[in-house]
Design a protein around this ligand. Structure first.
Ligand SMILES: Nc1nc2c(ncn2[C@@H]2O[C@H](COP(=O)(O)OP(=O)(O)OP(=O)(O)O)[C@@H](O)[C@H]2O)c(=O)[nH]1
Ligand SMILES: [Mg+2]
Length: 267
């Protein structure tokens, strides 16, 4: 469904298991976006008073998922969005796209999830979709130290297209089911260090068992929502109309990003 079509059509109610009333907690205190127990007070008040800027309209954050080939980006999204898992590897060619709807403190909110290709030959197409992301999820495989080593490169590539100060970063270790507790705790130390350095919130998940997958996406949705409303509150007030202008230009960015910058490096 295109962004425009879904925004214009009348949407059915949000699924009951996509309703977020309280801020979900972080995975690790050492690498958390913030450690507050509850949503920001200003955001809570705005939701209670329905002053979130886009109530009744289409409130949305763009999320891109990047990382080495076969680390499990597609499986992570499929586990959450479709509650499915495929043990056979099918490389993502360019990008795939999922829209996931939530309700946060009574306010409709969507995550536009862009599942990008990790394979070098498709990276160039995929990178044209990085633009305008509010959230960047960098995935690595907890059984493959090399994939953790490439995290900084993925960060650099994804931030080239975005405002680094505005982006919320997550570092996600995948395939937790494949590593023993001893192996896992070893790689976790390195992962936490990198997460702290790049200011990312750290999570470890398994798409095979589903461990932490829902918790992770609820945390992403909640923090993205919080950020989105705070940005909206900064814009509104003296210049009410500013909010409207900004929202329009954001959605234009999202839909225009695919047309922008046609690369000629992908053969
Ligand atoms: N055991 C286990 N295997 C997993 C898990 N997640 C993914 N896999 C397997 O890892 C392989 C790659 O998964 P994908 O999700 O396709 O990887 P990707 O990161 O999307 O790969 P590209 O699209 O090429 O970038 C598949 O064979 C999956 O079944 C997991 O949590 N546990
Ligand atoms: Mg994939």
């Amino acid at each position: 469904m295109s962004l425009r079509a879904s925004a214009m059509s009348v949407l059915p109610p949000v699924r009951k298991d996509r309703i977020i009333a309280q801020l979900p907690q972080y995975f690790s205190k050492e690498a958390a976006f913030h450690t507050q127990k509850d949503f920001n007070d200003k955001v809570k008040t705005a939701c209670q008073e329905q002053r979130t800027g886009t109530v009744g309209r289409f409130k949305i954050s763009k999320v891109i998922v990047v990382g080495d080939l076969a680390v499990g980006k597609t499986c992570l999204i499929n586990r959450f969005c479709k509650d499915a898992f495929d043990k056979n590897y099918k490389a993502t060619i360019g990008v795939d796209f999922e829209m996931e709807r939530f309700e946060v403190m009574g306010v409709p909110f969507s995550l536009q999830l862009w599942d990008t290709a990790g394979q070098e030959r498709f990276k160039c197409i995929a990178s044209t979709y990085y633009r305008g992301a509010q959230v960047v999820i960098i995935a690595f495989d907890v059984t493959d130290i090399a994939s953790l080593g490439h995290v900084r490169q993925w960060l650099e590539d994804s931030l080239k297209e975005n405002d680094p100060t505005a982006v919320q970063l997550f570092l996600v270790g995948t395939k937790k089911d494949l590593s023993s507790p001893a192996q896992y705790s070893q790689i976790e130390q390195d992962a936490l260090k990198i997460a702290q350095e790049i200011r990312a919130e750290y999570w470890a998940v398994s798409s095979l068992t589903g461990e932490n997958v829902k918790e992770f996406f609820f945390r992403v949705a909640s923090l993205a929502f919080e950020n989105n409303v705070l940005a909206e509150l900064e814009k509104t007030g003296p210049r009410q109309i500013g909010g409207v202008v900004r929202i329009n230009s954001t959605s234009n960015n999202v839909s225009a990003s695919s047309k922008k910058k046609q690369p000629n490096c992908c053969q």
